[in-house]
Design a protein around this ligand. Structure first.
Ligand SMILES: *[C@@H]1O[C@H](CO)[C@@H](O)[C@H](O)[C@H]1NC(C)=O
Ligand SMILES: *[C@@H]1O[C@H](CO)[C@@H](O)[C@H](O)[C@H]1NC(C)=O
Length: 264
């Protein structure tokens, strides 16, 4: 009796196993049909559009075969080190891009160029970004998470701040890890909120010195020209005077003409 029951169970479980297997296979096929690139996982919903998840795949390059109707891309927890120019071309609907927790140290000029009109959120947090390159963000009005990067704050960052198109609050994420000049109290501070921090002071000083030197040069030139002019003129005037003196005083018209004729 027991044997029979266990036999039935065994057969039953084999059938179950087969069923399970086919279910797994089907989902695999389903995945294959909607998969995007390099083992990424795609999902789609009517309200939110297409989402591509490529998180935690040890990717070192940004996949180039992303579906052109993608609205959200998760590339977080990979090994990406840079975003080249036009890395996300041909994705006119992309509105959210997650690049957090990578090794990103370099964003090339125009890295997000084609995303200008559509992108609303860009996550670059927890990377290795040091120098802020405003040209990488050209035309981008998205909100960006820039926190948790080893930002270096210097005069060029200060100068570029007013020309950055990103949603202004994003810039509070630039917390300086190092600064130039150092020891001015910039470290550990969100750069945007450090009101009376002026990292261009040193540069201003050098430009001031340059201005002074140039002005001094001009001044010297003008003065020496004046001196030369005055000297030259006094010499001329003296010669003129001497010539006049050499002429006989109160010369009669006949006398003068005779001297002239004898001279000639
Ligand atoms: C994606 O590409 C297909 C084929 O090239 C094209 O028909 C479609 O309009 C594109 N979709 C978007 C959103 O650009
Ligand atoms: C930005 O990223 C950090 C770290 O990933 C996270 O803690 C923070 O909540 C994020 N901020 C916003 C505004 O999304």
């Amino acid at each position: 009796m027991h044997l029979l029951a266990s036999g039935w169970l065994l057969r039953h479980s084999v059938v179950m196993c087969l069923l399970l297997h086919s279910v797994v296979l089907m989902t695999c096929f389903h995945h294959a049909a909607t998969s995007c690139s390099q083992g990424c996982y795609c999902s789609e919903s009517d309200s939110r559009g297409k989402t591509v998840r490529c998180s935690n795949l040890r990717l070192t390059e940004i996949p180039q075969d992303l579906p052109n109707d993608t609205r959200r891309i998760y590339l977080d927890f990979n090994l990406l080190t840079e975003v080249p120019s036009n890395a996300f071309q041909g994705l006119p609907l992309l509105s959210e891009l997650d690049l957090s927790n990578n090794e990103l140290a370099k964003l090339e000029q125009g890295a997000f160029r084609s995303l200008g009109p559509s992108l609303t959120f860009l996550d670059l947090s927890s990377n290795k970004l040091v120098n802020f390159n405003p040209e990488a963000f050209e035309g981008l009005r998205a909100r960006a998470n820039l926190t948790n990067n080893p930002w270096h704050c210097d005069c060029s960052l200060q100068m570029s701040m007013p020309h950055i198109d990103l949603e202004p609050l994003s810039l509070t994420g630039i917390v300086c890890e190092t600064s130039d000049p150092p020891d001015v109290g910039a470290e550990g501070v969100p750069f945007l909120l450090a009101q009376d921090l002026d990292l261009c002071v040193v540069m201003k000083k050098t430009t001031d010195v340059a201005m002074l030197v140039t002005m001094f040069g001009w001044f010297t030139m003008v003065i020496s020209y004046l001196v030369y002019y005055v000297r030259h003129n006094t010499e001329d005037a003296r010669r003129h005077l001497e010539y006049l003196k050499s002429l006989p005083t109160k010369p009669g018209p006949s006398e003068a003409s005779s001297t002239v004729s004898t001279m000639v």
